[in-house]
Design a protein around this ligand. Structure first.
Ligand code: PLP
Length: 472
């Protein structure tokens, strides 16, 4: 086969002697003749002597580590020998929030409160599944799963096989359901880690059953029924036929049967009720055919809170576990507490004369008598650019307008000295971007509303970004 320009001669067959531009660049990083040689890197590093780094004047009034503080991260023997040898283990002890002044705080007591509050509303015997997909909606899947399991949840739901494996590797033993049907190539992982798939194709079911047989184990699964959301699942009126097609396989265990609502959070119950009816038809059909549907479940957060009739054998709690109301109708029905806050420290403060602009585009102009404070958080951290000039931050228990375009890594806010002349913001002061300070609060609900989206997307934006997560 003729060589093609990228050096590949076909799928995963690469000419061993081919050097691509990328290879050349990677190689040159370690090449003594390249722009920064290892020797030069070393000399740059040598120039950073603890004594000069520790000089507080060098960085103005910013709190910095004193010389003795810095020295404790080096091996003392080598420091005496004159060559700074920083100890990676000691360096690793510098907390994430001391490396960059922005972070996410997760209040696990709120998760505990939300799980147990929902659990107490359930009929006796109804199971609670904590849905911890997308790293627990950005709150940390492992921590939230463990907290929920200690607060009344019995089951876990995730979106992917790898999310389930991460829980198993953190010693989480509860039953885990993947809420979709994974590729059949992932079946060995399901069996090895005891992870249940959702099933809606016969091909997957048979391959899953056969693989389990080969290992001499069972193949437990939940059957996914499509009752009108039209995302995944066996059509409700084809469920019995489907079950008959696959259930001959001796290793397959139908542990549960479920569907998902498209409109449980919408004001009108019409479409919701149609789905309930279709699901009942499917489940009754199974029972009529002598097939035990196992754990029957349908309700997400909105349905679990609004429609006690569809609690059935289990509810799947996602957004409400993290303290968000899935819809306004849920406000009077339950007390939920948001678990996520987002915080940062001021990195710069300046007084701007009238007319000076701020940030890319200089869209905001100083009205005079304002201090502009900078925060090291931007849209790469989940603070969506669409919120530019449309959100507030909290400092000293009061609200201030974010101003100018939100940048990738930073943003600015305004302290109006005509209204707040008693406030003297300083570098290092803590600011709340999401959360409460005294009576004042900025919520993910407000941000979602401003952006025309749902809280899930905003929470995941912060929680799954590069911001460190701190549990309180
Ligand atoms: C994500 C998901 C849930 C949880 O939904 P919330 O509205 O966040 O409670 C429940 N069931 C399925 C199938 C899901 O994909």
């Amino acid at each position: 086969m003729a060589d093609i320009p990228n050096g590949f001669t076909g799928f995963s067959h690469r000419d061993p002697n081919f050097v691509s531009a990328g290879d050349a660049m990677r190689r040159s990083r370690y090449d003594e003749t390249s722009f920064v040689t290892r020797k030069q890197e070393r000399s740059v590093f040598d120039a950073w002597q603890p004594a000069s780094a520790a000089s507080p004047q060098a960085v103005g009034s910013r709190p910095v580590a004193a010389q003795s503080e810095v020295l404790k991260y080096a091996e003392s023997s080598s420091v005496q020998a004159g060559a700074p040898q920083f100890d990676p283990d000691k360096l690793a002890t510098i907390p994430e929030a001391d490396r960059r002044w922005s972070w996410v705080e997760i209040d696990l007591n709120a998760i505990r409160h939300n799980a147990s509050t929902v659990k107490h509303r359930l009929n006796p015997g109804t199971l609670l599944m904590a849905v911890v997909k997308a790293d627990g909606y950005g709150h940390g899947a492992v921590q939230c799963a463990k907290t929920a399991l200690n607060s009344g949840a019995e089951y876990l739901g995730v979106a992917t096989v790898d999310e389930a494996i991460a829980l198993r590797e953190a010693y989480v033993n509860a039953p885990i359901l993947v809420l979709g049907e994974p590729p059949a190539t992932a079946i060995p992982l399901l069996l090895a880690y005891k992870i249940m798939p959702s099933v809606y194709t016969a091909e997957f079911a048979i391959r899953y059953g056969e693989a389990a047989d080969a290992f001499g184990v069972r193949a437990p699964f939940h059957l996914k029924v499509n009752t009108g959301m039209n995302r995944i699942g066996v059509r409700w009126d084809e469920t019995v036929e489907f079950a008959r097609q696959i259930m001959f396989h001796r290793a397959l265990d139908l542990v549960g049967t479920f569907t998902h609502f498209a409109t449980a959070d919408c004001p009108s119950p019409v479409d919701f009720e149609r789905q309930v009816k279709r699901f009942a038809e499917a489940v009754n059909g199974l029972r009529g055919a002598g097939i035990n549907p196992g754990i029957v479940h349908a309700a997400n957060s909105a349905a679990a809170i609004r429609y006690p009739d569809v609690q059935l054998d289990m509810v799947r709690l996602g957004i409400a576990l993290y303290g968000f109301y899935p819809c306004p109708e849920a406000y009077p029905l339950i007390d939920l507490r948001p678990a996520m806050s987002v915080k940062a420290r001021i990195t710069d403060v300046k007084t701007l004369p009238v007319g000076e602009g701020v940030s890319y585009g200089l869209n905001y102009r100083s009205p005079g008598a304002v201090k502009i404070c900078t925060l090291p958080i931007g849209y790469a951290d989940g603070l969506r650019r669409g919120l530019s000039g449309r959100t507030d931050v909290l400092l000293a228990g009061r609200r201030f307008h974010q101003v100018g375009n939100i940048c990738m890594d930073q943003c600015m806010f305004e302290v109006n000295l005509r209204q707040r002349n008693d406030l003297d913001p300083q570098i290092g002061d803590e600011v709340t971007i999401v959360g409460e300070q005294g009576e004042a609060s900025v919520t993910i609900d407000q941000m979602a509303e401003t952006l025309g989206t749902i809280q899930h997307e905003i929470a995941i934006g912060f929680g799954c970004s590069r911001l460190p997560r701190i549990y309180v």
